[in-house]
Design a protein around this ligand. Structure first.
Ligand code: HEC
Ligand code: HEC
Ligand code: HEC
Ligand code: HEC
Ligand code: HEC
Length: 477
């Protein structure tokens, strides 16, 4: 295998190439070396093709990004590591065959060795430059909502779908989930790797549990764009409800929410955002992972006074490590962007926008039955929902069905549409899986303001956290 370095015929060639040339050339002949060089070359070539496709937007396919920015750089680095390894093994082999040690050391006064070193350095610089470009592009790629929402399609589809319909659609996932700073970036990429593994082995929880325990504190994320000083006055919100008895004219509740902020007359913070104003600290001790059973609430007020409110009927389990949590934005805005609808809301919106014809007798009741039905998969819902609605309406008489069939089918289409952006049976996400804390519509499940504002948390001074309706909202003027 090894060429005879002292052989007569090879004398000329030997002088020309030198022992390092042999190592390099020899390396080519070892399967390992050949593999390293091939892997590096192929990876670089495909990576460049991938970058060009990505930059020109020729093909929209997230897997091209995954391959270009995540798999191929791995191939390139592996190849680059194999090459010196192969050279090292070759050199050891040459030793064994008795090549003089001097020849095998780099000697900078020998011009052939110099040429080799210069070539080596140049190639290294080029390789580092390529990796830097790929790293930079890859960083943007893995930080894009497109990557988060589409690459992990099955897992993130619900969050991504709701995100696309939210006020934060122009805010990248990473602005809330990672935030600024290198340490959170590294933590996120490490836990991201773990998540990719979980997806590949199908070992993630369905649904993804909320609250997210390791979410970055809102102070570092939300407050980059919103801050308590900015809140002021009242916000009027109206809620429209129909009833099965009256599908035509809605009942409208208008409330003026006391958003709060600094009162210019008294200079004190008041209203709903009082909890997160600078000189106030509200902390609480929840006994469950969902943070819905709150045993104790502590307040530090601007004047430095403290008060602790305790709900004696909520037992603190022994042996469980419980942690106090300082209240921040996410304790009320737990769904700032992954906001799921409720079935009544959607059906009532359908009636209001006339996508569901309110003249059809019983259509509200039947729509609610159909939309709340459990389907095994989204595909099943897609094929069966309309027929179910037609079936239910058929029970109300053939005459009605004949008269309104087109409109009933249109209503069915609307229901399918609404179902498909809210329910994912494959991820165990049904209506109401992710309740909101904002307000008190989920009070029975322990969600919302009434977790604390229930008059059942009592301090030793006898004070309670009030449920007085006028505290949070009143009638708009
Ligand atoms: C405006 C800030 C914000 C943006 C933008 C955002 N998220 Fe979230 N996300 C949150 C908050 C807050 C929670 C925690 C909810 C909780 O703890 O109850 C969350 C929770 C999640 C969860 C856990 C499941 C759930 O619904 O609670 C996933 C998964 C998720 N986000 C993915 C994404 C993806 C993917 C994107 C981008 C397409 C994104 N998020 C964009 C704020 C955001
Ligand atoms: C990168 C900037 C940015 C970040 C970070 C951000 N938001 Fe927003 N937020 C916005 C923008 C922009 C709007 C839309 C304003 C509008 O529609 O007028 C908005 C709107 C809102 C609204 C009003 C929604 C409505 O229905 O009108 C709430 C509430 C809110 N954000 C809460 C949060 C919370 C909570 C977080 C942290 C989890 C957060 N935001 C993080 C930029 C941001
Ligand atoms: C005690 C609960 C609570 C906390 C804590 C809280 N908010 Fe709110 N926030 C509300 C309620 C209630 C509303 C009004 C309801 C709505 O807009 O849907 C609101 C409204 C808003 C709005 C819309 C304001 C407008 O004028 O339209 C923004 C933006 C917002 N909050 C951001 C934040 C941010 C950022 C934080 C953390 C610094 C925060 N909130 C903390 C309950 C809270
Ligand atoms: C973790 C417990 C907790 C939750 C959840 C909570 N609050 Fe409070 N809230 C308090 C405490 C404690 C006080 C102060 C009570 C006192 O000073 O006697 C307070 C005070 C208030 C005040 C009066 C602030 C002022 O002007 O002094 C308003 C308004 C308010 N809360 C609205 C809300 C709304 C709206 C929600 C739900 C979106 C909510 N709170 C959720 C604990 C909570
Ligand atoms: C601790 C604060 C707080 C208290 C106390 C409170 N509310 Fe509310 N309420 C809210 C918030 C916040 C919303 C808005 C929810 C949203 O933005 O979706 C709301 C919404 C509502 C709505 C409109 C919801 C709908 O679907 O029509 C009604 C009606 C209402 N409250 C009635 C009451 C009544 C009656 C009381 C007194 C027993 C009361 N609230 C006490 C915070 C409170």
């Amino acid at each position: 295998m090894v060429e005879n370095d002292n052989g007569q015929e090879q004398e000329n060639e030997e002088r020309y190439r030198g022992p390092w040339g042999h190592i390099i050339r020899g390396m080519w002949r070892s399967p390992l070396g050949l593999f390293g060089v091939a892997l590096t070359t192929i990876s670089i070539t495909l990576m460049l093709v991938g970058v060009v496709i990505d930059q020109l937007g020729l093909i929209h396919n997230p897997y091209i990004g995954v391959i270009t920015f995540m798999i191929l750089p791995g191939g390139m680095i592996t190849g680059l590591l194999i090459i010196p390894l192969a050279a090292f093994l070759r050199r050891r082999q040459y030793y064994k065959y008795g090549v003089e040690r001097d020849h095998l050391h780099i000697n900078l006064s020998d011009h052939r060795h110099r040429k080799f070193v210069v070539g080596f350095v140049a190639l290294t610089v080029i390789n580092i430059a390529i990796l830097a470009v790929i790293g930079y592009e890859g960083y943007h790629f893995t930080d894009s909502p497109y990557f988060c929402g589409v690459v992990c399609h099955k897992v993130m589809e619900p969050e991504y779908t709701r995100y696309l319909r939210s006020p934060h659609v122009r805010v990248a996932c990473v602005e809330c989930h990672i935030g600024p700073g290198a340490d959170w970036f590294v933590r996120a990429k490490i836990s991201g790797l773990r998540q990719v593994m979980a997806v590949m082995t199908d070992s993630f929880s369905k649904p993804i549990p909320a609250p997210v325990t390791h979410l970055r504190p809102a102070r570092d994320t939300c407050e980059e764009c919103h801050w308590p000083e900015k809140f002021h006055g009242k916000k009027v919100k109206s809620f429209t409800h129909f009833t099965n008895q009256n599908q035509a004219t809605p009942e409208v509740n208008e409330i003026a929410l006391h958003i709060g902020g600094r009162n210019p007359q008294t200079n004190v913070f008041e209203g709903i955002h009082w909890h997160v104003s600078n000189d106030v600290k509200v902390s609480y001790l929840a006994v469950d992972d969902k943070r819905t059973k709150i045993a104790k609430v502590q307040v530090v007020r601007p004047d430095g006074s403290q008060e602790e409110f305790v709900n004696k009927s909520i037992e603190i389990p022994e042996g469980k490590q419980l942690q106090w949590r300082v209240m921040d934005c996410v304790d009320c805005h737990n769904r700032p962007t992954h906001v799921y609808d409720m079935p009544e809301e959607r059906v009532d919106f359908g009636l209001l926008s006339k996508r569901i014809n309110p003249e059809i007798p019983g259509i509200r009741e039947d729509s609610l039955l159909v939309i709340n039905r459990e389907y095994a998969t989204r595909d099943e819902a897609k094929t069966k929902m309309i027929e179910h609605l037609v079936g239910l309406q058929g029970l109300r008489g053939k005459e009605q069905l004949d008269k309104y069939e087109i409109d009933i089918r249109k209503a069915g289409e609307y229901l399918v549409e609404t179902y498909l952006v809210n329910v994912w049976p494959e991820m165990n996400i049904a209506w109401g899986t992710y309740p909101v804390h904002l307000g008190h519509q989920f009070a029975e499940q322990g969600y919302g303001c009434f977790r604390c504002h229930d008059e059942e948390h009592v301090s030793d001074k006898g004070g309670t956290i009030t449920q007085d309706c006028g505290l949070c909202h009143d009638e708009p003027q």
